[in-house]
Design a protein around this ligand. Structure first.
Ligand code: FE2
Length: 389
């Protein structure tokens, strides 16, 4: 059998392809790391990617310590625990293996262990103080597993991570344009999320086209390696786009949904607490949001629906919101998503609290293509309660 590693593509800071995980040891060695904290969650800790990463690190002579307590959907408490571990451990490098939760936990651990500060220092205002990161961080390599490398990935996990990817792309494409957002007082205060821009647009377009082609296949057939590999690449492409542009209301509204859930547990997940996976809480809000934001930029909403393969023939600007939201709802039905927030345990009586939980998320709410009031948010949550009969 040919050496799989030769098929790996190594473009700037992204490494992709079979065999990439096996190179993490030499990559971190090249970045100067000698003692590394490997962050993962208790489930992924048992899987092959962690074993492969550890073997690679140790083969490169790196002292690697596993931290397998990243919480699926992290909390302040779980972040602080990881930060303590990182601070006490004296690490000079980090590896995350798993989903967004493990990657975010590793980033927080790196940040607070490298530049110690109280927990709210670097959290975006108005929740935290929004202080800029003081300087370079220690090297961190993230090895995402949710979109494709875990071959026994349950369909619901593939569906939720795929919808997150899709929403990253559509939100960054429809976000407030960078020239319309508030200018920073000085360059170092420019936020990471800058609004829709010509560079992020390219990544969003490509992502939506790839999702259109491969998403349903990846959800329906765990053995479809091509579809899962393409969704993995789409996740990376969307990340480059929204990492610069930002996301807006579907994400902003998702945080209180994930935070307030009482009992819901999705099929295929085995958490020890109620859980709305991030991608699910995002996509349950999305059709309601895009129906409302379309008037700010109908062309972009129609364009996103077109790339997604929606029925756009004869549609004019006034139909843009309906067309994009219907296209998303159809995808939700095809992939067995719950029918809106009601299906995961929310009702009209929760809307005020959901609105209150969304309002402080300025990092993303301020990127909505239309200014949003608490009353608007009420309407958006009510609209997200259910989508079909
Ligand atoms: Fe997301």
């Amino acid at each position: 059998m040919a050496n799989e590693a030769v098929f790996t593509m190594d473009a700037s800071s992204i490494k992709y392809g079979p065999g990439a995980t096996r190179e993490v040891g030499s990559d971190l060695r090249a970045l100067g790391a000698t003692r590394v904290m490997l962050v993962t969650d208790p489930g992924v800790a048992q899987l092959e990617p962690v074993a492969v990463a550890l073997e690679s690190l140790r083969a490169a002579g790196i002292d690697a310590v596993v931290y397998d307590q990243a919480r699926v959907e992290p909390t302040d408490g779980s972040f602080k625990d990881a930060i303590r571990f990182a601070t006490d451990g004296g690490f000079d490098g980090f590896v995350a293996v798993g989903g967004g939760s493990s990657m975010d936990t590793a980033k927080a651990a790196n940040l607070y262990a490298t530049y110690p500060a109280d927990f709210l220092a670097y959290v975006n205002a108005p929740i935290g103080r929004g202080e800029p990161v003081p300087g370079r961080l220690r090297p961190l390599i993230a090895i995402p597993t949710t979109s494709g490398t875990s071959r026994d990935l349950p369909s619901m996990v593939a569906a939720c991570s795929g919808f997150d990817v899709l929403s990253h792309a559509i939100e960054s494409y429809t976000a407030l344009p960078y020239r319309e957002r508030e200018a920073p007082a000085e360059p170092r205060l420019r936020p990471a999320y800058q609004g829709a821009n010509p560079i992020s647009d390219i990544w969003a377009e490509r992502t939506i086209l790839m999702v259109s082609e491969f998403f349903v296949r990846a959800v329906k057939d765990p053995g479809d390696h091509e579809a899962r590999a393409q969704m993995m690449l789409a996740a990376t492409f969307a990340g480059i786009g929204f990492g610069n542009a930002g996301v807006h209301l579907p994400h902003g509204m998702s945080y209180p949904v994930s935070g307030m859930v009482q009992e819901y547990v999705p099929p295929g997940y085995h958490p020890d607490h109620a859980l709305v996976p991030h991608g699910m809480s995002v996509i349950l809000n999305a059709p309601s949001v895009f129906r409302w934001t379309a008037s700010a930029n109908p062309e972009r909403h129609l364009q996103a629906a077109t790339w997604l393969g929606g029925e756009v023939r004869g549609a004019g600007p006034q139909d843009a919101g309906h067309v994009l939201s219907s296209t998303l709802i159809e995808l939700m039905r095809k992939t067995d998503m719950p029918n809106g927030l009601r299906a995961i345990g929310f009702d009209e009586g929760d809307v005020d609290e959901l609105v209150t939980g969304t309002l402080p998320q300025h990092r993303v709410t301020k990127l909505a293509p239309r200014p949003v009031t608490p009353e608007d948010l009420r309407g958006l949550f009510l609209g997200a309660l259910s989508y079909w009969e």
